[in-house]
Write a protein that binds this ligand. Structure first.
Ligand SMILES: [Zn+2]
Length: 74
């Protein structure tokens, strides 16, 4: 294997590894986001806003109007 071919192979391997790493990272983040959205998303019945809350209760107070809403079910 010549030196330019070796560098071309090394650069290609590095790009493929970086792409695979970014893809795996994206899949993991998407899974976390979907779990958070399904477990802590609320819709305000008074002002029609959608918000999230880190509270584990079934209800959360709307940050805009203060109305207490129940968790969305998917
Ligand atoms: Zn509201």
């Amino acid at each position: 294997m010549t030196l330019p071919a070796f560098f071309a192979f090394a650069i290609t391997a590095a790009l493929v590894a970086a792409g695979a790493g970014a893809w795996i990272h994206t899949i993991g983040r998407k899974h976390i986001r979907e779990h958070l959205a399904k477990s802590s998303t609320f819709h305000c019945l008074r002002c029609d806003s959608v918000y999230t809350s880190s509270e584990s209760d079934l209800t959360a107070v709307c940050p805009k109007c203060g109305y207490k809403n129940t968790k969305l079910k998917f």
